[in-house]
Design a protein around this ligand. Structure first.
Ligand code: 9MG
Length: 277
């Protein structure tokens, strides 16, 4: 696996697991939605996450929670671009979570160092938008679309199907001129998967890691954790930390989380154990 991720003007070294802090600028996101809808509040939240130890941020203006509706291009641009602009001086890369090539192009022109696409650059023009930049990309697997994806997803072999999809999308990126050192992949926990699918994918993460580019994992506050623990999103800190730790132990190199400071502590303990003689 490559030891670095090239993100625009940044080069992230992957010799330790990295923390991606989530900044949702949406009124309906499942955990922090509604709390950071104003530009100033989102900027302040982003800065706080960096102070807490985020290695990169993921800024999103369209919710991808199960059942969510798509937002218009103008609405998404109006949410994301002012926040991106207000964070230009930050010394960590900012990823923009979007599926729309027009948002990708505007975000990249506005300083985004990474595009996080839950459709793995599947929209016409998306591959070209990222290829024309020096930014990194996160290619995520999703079955269906957010509005309907949790309606009885079926897989014959979830690990093999997700792995094969991601391998195909890596090849498409490389063919389009996006170097492997700019690519991360993500099995898409919770995106068109039952709790059992998510757990099977977590156990089998090694097969995804074997594709040879860094794996990003997002379990933070997700409903699968609610099903396992019986807890609401606000009460899922402990289970989110457990899932992030297990993902790292199975080879994930980046964890996408809401709770940066607590995740940092968990990973510090893991590092201390692994570094012990
Ligand atoms: C936007 N978004 C919400 N959950 C996510 C996850 O698990 N991975 C990635 N890459 N993006 C996500």
């Amino acid at each position: 696996m490559t030891g670095i991720l090239r993100c625009g003007r940044f080069r992230l070294t992957l010799d330790r697991p990295l923390i991606m802090g989530v900044v949702n600028v949406t009124p309906d996101s499942f955990y922090d939605g509604g709390r950071h809808v104003s530009t100033a509040a989102a900027i302040a939240h982003a800065r706080r996450l960096v102070e807490e130890g985020a290695d990169l941020l993921d800024l999103g203006g369209e919710s991808s929670r199960p059942g969510s509706e798509a937002v218009s291009l103008d609405q998404e641009l109006a949410r994301v671009l002012p926040v991106l602009d207000g964070l230009r001086d930050l010394e960590v890369p900012i990823s923009v979570d979007t599926t729309k090539p027009a948002v990708m192009r505007a975000a990249l022109a506005g300083g985004a160092a990474m595009i996080n696409d839950i459709t793995a650059l599947g929209a016409p023009g998306a591959l070209e938008a990222v290829a024309a930049s020096a930014a990194a990309v996160c290619l995520m697997h999703m079955r269906g679309e957010p509005k309907t994806m949790q309606a009885e997803p079926v897989y014959a072999d979830v690990v093999a199907e997700v792995r094969d999809f991601l391998a195909t999308r890596i090849a498409a990126c490389v063919a389009a001129g996006i170097a492997r050192e700019r690519i991360t992949i993500d099995p898409g926990f919770g995106f068109g998967k039952t709790v059992e699918h998510n757990l099977t994918l977590l156990r089998g993460l090694g097969a995804i890691v074997a594709l040879g580019v860094p794996v990003l994992a997002g379990w933070s506050r997700k409903s699968s954790l609610g099903r396992i623990t019986g807890r609401a999103a606000e009460e899922r800190l402990a289970s989110s930390l457990a899932a992030a730790l297990i993902a790292v132990q199975h080879g994930a190199r980046i964890v996408r989380v809401h709770d940066v400071a607590a995740t940092r502590d968990v990973l510090a303990v893991l590092d201390a154990v692994q570094g012990a003689p």
